[in-house]
Design a protein around this ligand. Structure first.
Ligand code: PLP
Length: 450
């Protein structure tokens, strides 16, 4: 990186004057001006380089500026930059074929959207039309996107301000043994009680009013909670018994993140609808979608599907998806993520947990890990209170600032940091990041009671 502070100041000034940022008090933010990015790194205009342990917002599964994907976008731009959705277009057809080949079971039809939230909107619409039922069940501790229905389905505080028109959304608790909503002490108990709780919620809501149950296969932003063995199969069985559509949201967990093409592969479960985005093309061009089972696709064989987008299956985005999926297959990136999880990330994080009292729990798989940070390991009191801001959030702010000084860009949410680097990160880079994480955890330790 060649430093160019003047250019950086101009970028920053125009941003502050005119860019309105997501989820932020506009007067309280100071976005870093980014000059460039490559592989697992990006750098600012001062020439400071950061290792990106967040993969952007957990979407650069093949890192920044992968030459094969950049070339595919350039070629597609030269050939056919755009085309309307009602036509059959090579890049779109090919992307749909490659995705359908990898999605579980009979999820063989692909409806393309611009991103994850609209994929969720459409999955819910399909489920309602398929069943003729009004309501949808989703989990606390979840994130499904920022549009109206997707944010209502979400189970985190970002939902609260938009809870005016909740349109038939009911929340329930999914399993999470470390902070068990069911006072369980074993995975078996947690699983059994979580399934009983879902059954009970259904009984009180009226199962015949429920169109869909939507879950992140492994909840991402909310904390990378691995579902206990049997849970997802149990939800599948409950949905089947009540004629409810089972939707898995794999916007974050999909496309190699978990060391498998989809997180559902880890649990041998096939949903009726599956949403995806992010990793499908590493976010090089906005793209998301819904993978649709034969049964639900058949509903719309003779009856028009009442929904669409101008850019559904945009050729540039689809060409990027084709190149991303082919590159992931050619370069063994999914297997690499599985290998890193088993041999490097998992063992290293467990070793850090032994030395750092601020680490309450380590959980994850592949290139998808969370450290649950605590003030007190005995009581599991979180390092910062739920939804803390300002001074109450100082311990997490201190953690993040220390990581950044050490050249590591961390993913931080509430009292957690997630280790979610690109799925093709090299081992040496990964180890450099883990050593910066070690330093940042020392800063977090200073806020514990020990
Ligand atoms: N679903 C999940 C599981 C996500 O993690 C996200 C984004 O983080 C979304 C949906 C929303 O995707 P988008 O921001 O592309 O609309």
């Amino acid at each position: 990186p060649v430093p160019d502070p003047d250019a950086g100041r101009a970028v920053h000034a125009a941003d502050r004057a005119h860019v309105f940022h997501s989820w932020s008090a506009q007067g309280q933010i100071d976005p870093l001006a980014v000059a460039g990015a490559e592989g697992s790194y990006f750098w600012d205009y001062e020439g400071k380089r950061y290792l990106d342990f967040a993969s952007g917002l957990v979407f650069t599964n093949i890192g920044y500026q992968h030459p094969k994907v950049v070339a595919a976008i350039q070629e597609q731009a030269a050939k056919m930059s755009t085309f309307a959705p009602a036509f059959a277009v090579e890049a779109r057809s090919e992307a749909a074929r490659l995705i359908a080949e990898r999605t579980p079971g009979d999820l063989d039809k692909i409806f393309f959207t611009n991103g994850g939230a609209d994929a969720v909107e459409h999955a819910v619409r399909m489920a309602r039309l398929h069943t003729g039922r009004p309501k949808v069940l989703s989990a606390y501790r979840s994130y499904h996107g920022g549009t109206q229905q997707a944010i209502n389905l979400t189970g985190d505080p970002r939902r609260w301000a938009s809870d005016t028109g909740t349109a038939g959304v009911v929340h329930f608790h999914a399993p999470h043994l470390y902070r068990s909503p069911f006072y369980a002490t074993t995975e078996e108990q947690e699983c059994e009680r979580a399934l009983a709780h879902l059954e009970q919620t259904l009984a009180y809501e009226g199962p015949q009013t429920i169109a869909a149950v939507i879950l992140e296969t492994i909840p991402g932003t909310a904390g990378i909670m691995m579902p206990p063995p049997g849970y997802l199969a149990g939800v599948r069985e409950i949905c089947d018994r009540h004629g409810i559509v089972f939707v898995l949201d794999e916007v974050m967990a999909g496309f190699g993140r978990t060391g498998t093409w989809f997180a559902a592969d880890l649990f041998d479960v096939v949903p009726d609808l599956m949403t995806f985005a992010k990793g499908v093309n590493s976010g090089y061009v906005p793209l998301g979608g819904v993978a649709i089972s034969a049964k639900i696709a058949a509903t719309f064989d003779q009856r028009p599907y009442p929904g669409g987008l101008t850019y559904s299956g945009h050729p540039l985005a689809c060409a990027a998806a084709v190149a991303t999926i082919e590159t992931m297959a050619e370069e063994g990136i999914v297997e690499h993520a599985a290998h890193l999880g088993e041999t490097v990330i998992g063992p290293a994080l467990r070793e850090l947990a032994e030395r750092h009292p601020s680490v309450g729990e380590v959980r994850g798989t592949g290139a998808f890990w969370a450290l649950d940070l605590v003030r007190d390991r005995e009581t599991r009191e979180p390092l910062v209170p739920y939804n803390a801001t300002g001074p109450a959030n100082a311990p997490m702010a201190d953690f993040a600032a220390t990581a950044k000084r050490a050249g590591l860009w961390p993913f931080v949410n509430m009292n957690r940091t997630h280790v979610v680097p690109p799925c093709n990160i090299g081992e040496a880079d990964l180890k450099e990041g883990l050593s910066a994480l070690d330093q940042a955890l020392t800063a977090a330790d200073a806020h514990t009671v020990t």
